[in-house]
Design a protein around this ligand. Structure first.
Ligand SMILES: C[S@@+](CC[C@H](N)C(=O)[O-])C[C@H]1O[C@@H](n2cnc3c(N)ncnc32)[C@H](O)[C@@H]1O
Length: 428
């Protein structure tokens, strides 16, 4: 099947043939040589469909992200490895939640951030915010070498001096494309630059080389270990956070991960698993509490913007049996079916999009493009602002009420997320 046929079929199957022509045109950029990308997009469309997303709520930014960025960030672009992508400020609201939440009753203040990514910017931010905690970051792909080129794009390389991952200084679609148009050449360029910098070290400015770069982030309160879930020996912790990791794996992996988390959490401590995009937008997570050697699932929580997201984490699932995504989509679909709520939501939210020039509706009613004067670094901060405004206007509480009326026990939690009480347990 070629790309046009694929897009046409998706449109008919999941959107009643109502996707805009512009949206479909942008999807023509999907790389035909990447069946993993096609399969992923199909799964995303199925989740959108389940969540009750109409074609008009898909923006041209979504189409750009799907058409170009997605192929760059899926494991298929990195020989099947999960890329260590992370973003400044991504978990700031989760850090606040760890500080404020009422579930944690263990005495200590130790946190494991497993699958912390590299550079471990979110772990460092957590250590700064939770300043009286001991924080440990762990990840199987902590590199032996880190190189910045003259434009401050960076690459990580392993002990064999092979490029594992690279990322543009500004991770926008345009800058990604510059590096990824010929990814083999980019990898080779970084490998050559490594040899050059090993022979002629450069201590100032760019290009720059760091050997065993994780060391420089370590402090008395912050340490790092190379290794993943089930692979490292650690003292038990009061909090384990595993974010933007498990959506790459199937349910069997998740079940085993929960067992390992249970073994490595102190009695009364908590485990947070989930994901989010930049600036803590599109946030969703389960909170487990260790009680009598078991992890008890206390809540599933999500940020309101998941019902009409600017980006794609809401539907980001590599496997069909991703149960967190299934749960998220279930709640979104219930909220979206409430016409009274949605009418009020659209009135407020569409006015926000117009005001901040972030994908406002076009003449036909489809969400469109971002104003080109908005810099990539500003976009997600604005996305977070939209979410704060929605919460301040009480839409998180209203959405929680919709779910309550549908029979769920809900609350708005300490950080403004809609939290739903579930019932399931995992034993260590
Ligand atoms: C997308 S990054 C997420 C980084 C960071 N936690 C964040 O939320 O921004 C996913 C990370 O999961 C790591 N990973 C892959 N397999 C893992 C495993 N078995 N256990 C723990 N982490 C793993 C990858 O190396 C990668 O750094």
């Amino acid at each position: 099947m070629n790309t046009s046929e694929f897009v046409k079929e998706l449109n008919n199957q999941f959107f009643n043939g109502e996707l805009s022509t512009q949206f479909q045109d942008k999807l023509q950029q999907l790389p035909i040589d990447r069946p993993d990308v096609f399969a992923f997009v199909q799964k995303m469309f199925a989740l959108m469909n389940k969540s009750g997303m109409p074609a008009k709520d898909l923006s041209l930014l979504h189409a750009d992200i799907m058409g170009t960025l997605l192929a760059r960030i899926l494991p298929g672009a990195w020989e099947g490895r999960v890329p260590p992508i992370t973003v400044h400020g991504r978990h700031s609201v989760i850090d606040q939640y760890i500080k404020k939440n009422h579930w944690n009753s263990s005495e200590g203040k130790s946190l494991l951030d497993i699958g912390c990514g590299f550079p471990p910017v979110t772990t460092i931010e957590s250590a700064n915010f939770l300043s009286d905690w001991k924080v440990t970051g762990a990840d199987p792909s902590l590199p032996a070498y880190l190189i910045y080129d003259e434009e401050e794009n960076y690459a990580t390389l392993d002990e064999n001096k092979s490029t594992v991952y690279f990322q543009p200084a500004i991770p926008s679609i345009e800058y990604w494309n510059k590096l990824l148009n010929n990814s083999t050449a980019t990898k080779k360029r970084f490998e050559n630059l490594l040899e050059e910098l090993l022979n002629h070290p450069n201590n100032e400015g760019f290009p720059r080389l760091e050997i065993h770069p994780i060391k420089k982030y370590e402090t008395e309160k912050l340490s790092f270990i190379k290794g993943g879930i089930g692979q490292i020996d650690i003292e038990t912790k009061d909090v384990i956070r595993c974010f933007n990791v498990l959506y790459y794996f199937d349910n069997n992996f998740l079940e085993n991960a929960l067992k390992w988390f249970a073994e490595n959490t102190n009695e009364g401590g908590i485990v947070l698993i989930g994901g989010d995009w930049a600036a803590s937008t599109e946030c969703y997570y389960n909170i487990y509490k260790k009680n009598d050697i078991q992890l008890i699932n206390k809540e599933f929580a999500f940020s309101l913007d998941c019902i009409c997201p600017l980006s794609i984490v809401t539907w980001y699932a590599v496997h069909d049996d991703d149960r967190q995504k299934a749960e998220l989509v279930k709640y979104i679909s219930i909220i979206r079916k409430d016409k009274y709520f949605m009418d009020e939501f659209y009135t407020f939210h569409d006015a926000q999009r117009l005001k901040y020039k972030i994908c406002p509706r076009d003449k036909e009613g489809y969400y469109g493009v971002i104003d080109p004067s908005i810099k990539p670094q500003e976009l997600w901060a604005l996305g977070s602002k939209l979410l704060t405004e929605l919460n301040d206007a009480g839409f998180n509480q209203k959405a929680a009420d919709v779910l309550r009326n549908a029979g769920f026990r809900t609350r708005v939690n300490e950080v403004g997320h809609i939290a739903v009480e579930p019932s399931s347990t995992f034993s260590s």
